[in-house]
Ligand binder design. Structure first.
Ligand code: ZN
Length: 85
């Protein structure tokens, strides 16, 4: 496990919010991230306040892609184990 600063994105009321510089522990073998407990609290406060309690440091333009019409809807749903990178 190593200490790192990571970023995350949270959907809230149909808007996407990005949070940077989150102190986290990252596993060297499976790259899973565990947020510092204090950071988890801060993220909860941000979300509970609808992101109105803090000032955004910057804004980004996000390209949006769609898979609409590219996957046949009559295909049966297959549950697979998610791939681990
Ligand atoms: Zn791991």
């Amino acid at each position: 496990m190593r200490r790192e600063r990571v970023r995350s994105a949270i959907w809230h009321n149909e808007r996407l919010y990005m949070i940077e510089d989150i102190p986290a522990y990252v596993c060297d073998t499976c790259v899973e991230q565990f947020y510092d407990p204090q950071a988890t609290d801060l993220l909860r406060v941000l979300t509970e306040n609808g992101f109105s309690s803090a000032k955004a440091v910057r804004e980004v333009l996000v390209p949006v892609f769609s898979l609409a019409g590219l996957v046949p809807v009559e295909r049966p749903v297959v549950y697979e184990q998610p791939e681990i990178y």
